[in-house]
Design a protein around this ligand. Structure first.
Ligand SMILES: [Ca+2]
Length: 458
């Protein structure tokens, strides 16, 4: 059985702007507020609970623009708007630069607008961080010519970052709100991006295949998703019927990442008897069409791993009464002293060859502990993680996204033949028609067919 696993990712990395390295808290997703075509007065992001934590951690919201946008000489009046802490009604907008800020823009030229979040929100900052609903941050811009805010500013990406020292050549925004500076953001790539497979979304009882290397036959080895014995969620319960067993998966990396970006591999291990042990970790990275199955030597694949199996030089693979994380770097996999798989076959001439598979975005991946088939050797494996040494999967901002309904000044715009507008008490306020529906400022729930949309009318 092959089972494709798309590794979910959580990211933690940093980038360098000019000479300085700045901590990156997160790259924002595509804007989801006010992004319908031909609007654009205010466009931005909903701040869900996870993003709120990152926003609280961050110091700057950096809007990255590229190209001329609506004016090669600079930026017209920009505003920053946010839900200001008075649930459902407390909108605040802040003028960022008066009516004009001179900063030459050109095709291919990147200009960043760095906004100091706490300074912008002022005495409403703390209340904003407590919001559990309707938290949004938006940029206001009026480029004319039918352009949206995103188009007029030329926004391509947005980031939440730690502190940024004002770079040379930067131009201040109003007050202490931040500054505008030029330059591509080159990521420092440390400590990088982790992709984690935690089995929590897998159904208990789901079975993953095991193969045994170096000539060992299968002996009723079993790897099955089971409740985590110590924590919440699920993990993989491995009953090794023989030595040199690796559970294997078909892995598909997110767009923009290949095997070449993998800096290391981590996984948590726990023995069912709760003991601390030293042992041997084995695994491989192989092409999708590789021959997989017990008896095939792992070193027939481009990338294989076998840590020492000699008493006294085995590595720790479990701890007493708790999960233990084993981390193995790409450098260790390539180190002939650490990775001794060739000795297991007596073949001294086989080297790990990352280059043969570095371009792959999908591959077969095996990992396990080499241990005999005694009943005491049942172990659990969880949080299989690829640690990446590069980050080039930052989402690109989409220019437009058609929403079924959205708010503009004094109106709700409906992209459907009909819709129903409700207030927050669930009372029907109006039956809406396609196009403009004049309505008092406020917050509404609009039902368009089967979809329900929260709408802000300013
Ligand atoms: Ca888990």
């Amino acid at each position: 059985m092959k089972k494709t696993v798309l590794f979910l990712f959580a990211l933690m990395l940093s980038f360098g702007a000019s000479a300085q390295c700045v901590n990156l808290v997160t790259a924002l997703p595509d804007p989801d507020v006010g992004v319908a075509p031909d609007l654009g007065d205010f466009q931005g992001w909903s701040v869900n609970a996870a993003l709120m934590e990152e926003l609280a951690e961050a110091k700057f919201l950096v809007i990255q623009t590229e190209g001329v946008g609506n004016n090669a000489d600079g930026f017209g009046g920009m505003k920053f708007a946010f839900q200001g802490g008075d649930p459902y009604s407390g909108w605040t907008d802040i003028g960022l630069n008066g009516d004009w800020l001179t900063f030459p823009r050109a095709d291919g030229k990147i200009v960043n607008i760095a906004l100091n979040i706490a300074n912008l929100m002022g005495d409403k900052y703390a209340a904003f961080l407590e919001l559990t609903d309707w938290a949004q941050v938006m940029i206001g811009y009026w480029p004319g010519g039918g352009m949206t805010t995103i188009q007029g500013l030329g926004i391509t990406k947005a980031f939440l970052t730690g502190d940024i020292a004002k770079p040379a050549g930067a131009v201040d925004l109003n007050s202490n709100y931040g500054f505008v500076f030029e330059g591509a953001m080159d990521f420092c790539l440390t400590p990088s991006l982790d992709l984690v497979f935690d089995f929590n979304a897998e159904t208990i009882g789901t079975t993953f295949p095991i193969m045994h290397g170096w000539g060992w036959p299968d002996a009723k080895s079993v790897a099955v998703v089971a409740a985590d014995p110590l924590r919440s969620g699920n993990s993989l319960n491995v009953t090794p019927g023989n030595y040199d067993g690796a559970v294997y998966f078909e892995v598909a990396l997110p767009d923009g990442l290949t095997v070449a970006d993998i800096k290391g591999i981590k996984a948590d291990f726990y023995f069912a008897d709760g003991t601390e042990r030293n042992g041997t970790v084995e695994g491989f990275i192989a092409p999708l069409d590789a021959v997989i199955g017990s008896g095939t030597n792992f070193n027939t694949y481009p990338v294989w791993l076998k840590t020492s199996d000699k008493d006294g030089s085995m590595i720790q693979v479990s701890a007493a009464g708790e999960w233990f994380t084993v981390e193995i770097t790409r450098d260790q996999i390539e180190d002939e002293g650490f990775n001794i798989g060739r000795r297991a076959t007596g073949d001294k001439g086989i080297s790990v060859d990352f280059a043969a598979i570095d371009d792959a975005t999908e591959f077969m991946f095996g990992l396990g502990l080499s241990i005999g088939g005694e009943a005491a050797n049942v172990y659990f494996m969880d949080n299989i993680t690829f640690v990446f040494d590069g980050f080039n999967a930052i989402p690109q901002v989409k220019l437009v996204t058609a929403a079924p309904a959205f708010g503009i000044a004094g109106n709700i715009v409906v992209n459907a033949d009909a819709a129903s507008i409700f207030d927050f008490s669930g009372r029907l306020v109006a039956k809406a028609v396609n196009g403009l529906n004049p309505i008092a400022p406020g917050l509404y729930i609009v039902k368009v067919g089967a979809q329900t949309v929260k709408v802000v009318v300013k």
